[in-house]
Design a protein around this ligand. Sequence first.
Ligand code: 4NP
Length: 161
Amino acid sequence: MTHPTRILFVCLGNICRSPLAEAVFRHKVRERGVEDQFEIDSAGTSGYHDGAPPDPRSSETARRRGVELAGQSRKLSAADLDRFEYVIAMDGENLREIRTLEAAAGGRARIHRLREWDPEASGADVPDPYYGGPSGFDDVHDIVDRSCEALLDRLLAERRA
Ligand code: 4NP
């Protein structure tokens, strides 16, 4: 496989979880020196926060761990399901929304939930930290970090196969 693997992380608002997953995955890709092998982005199913920067609580938690969040919230579109090879939902509700869009508009993306790769809790949701306290953001960061690590291993192995 020569072209970059295109991967899109998706949550509800695209301000807390998916910008974090995008930044953590990008950070790991850089650490491993494989930037040329991936295109990475994030989006939200809702459009509630269109154009907004990442939630400062998510950014601050990530910054303490050496990860910089970037970008502006945007709504998931039907075109994303064609453009990206992997569309990675944070929770079951996101997954249902993505599948509904796929049913209406088609697309070739492989659609998964991030925690399918979590070695500590396979298949569960990344909890929505938006209405919770700050410790929620640390928990989310831990979940996203170990899941992205395993996901990157898997995608690199697939590219080598
Ligand atoms: P996210 O968190 O989906 O991880 O970006 C949320 C952000 C905003 C809202 C809900 C969840 N909201 O209801 O506005």
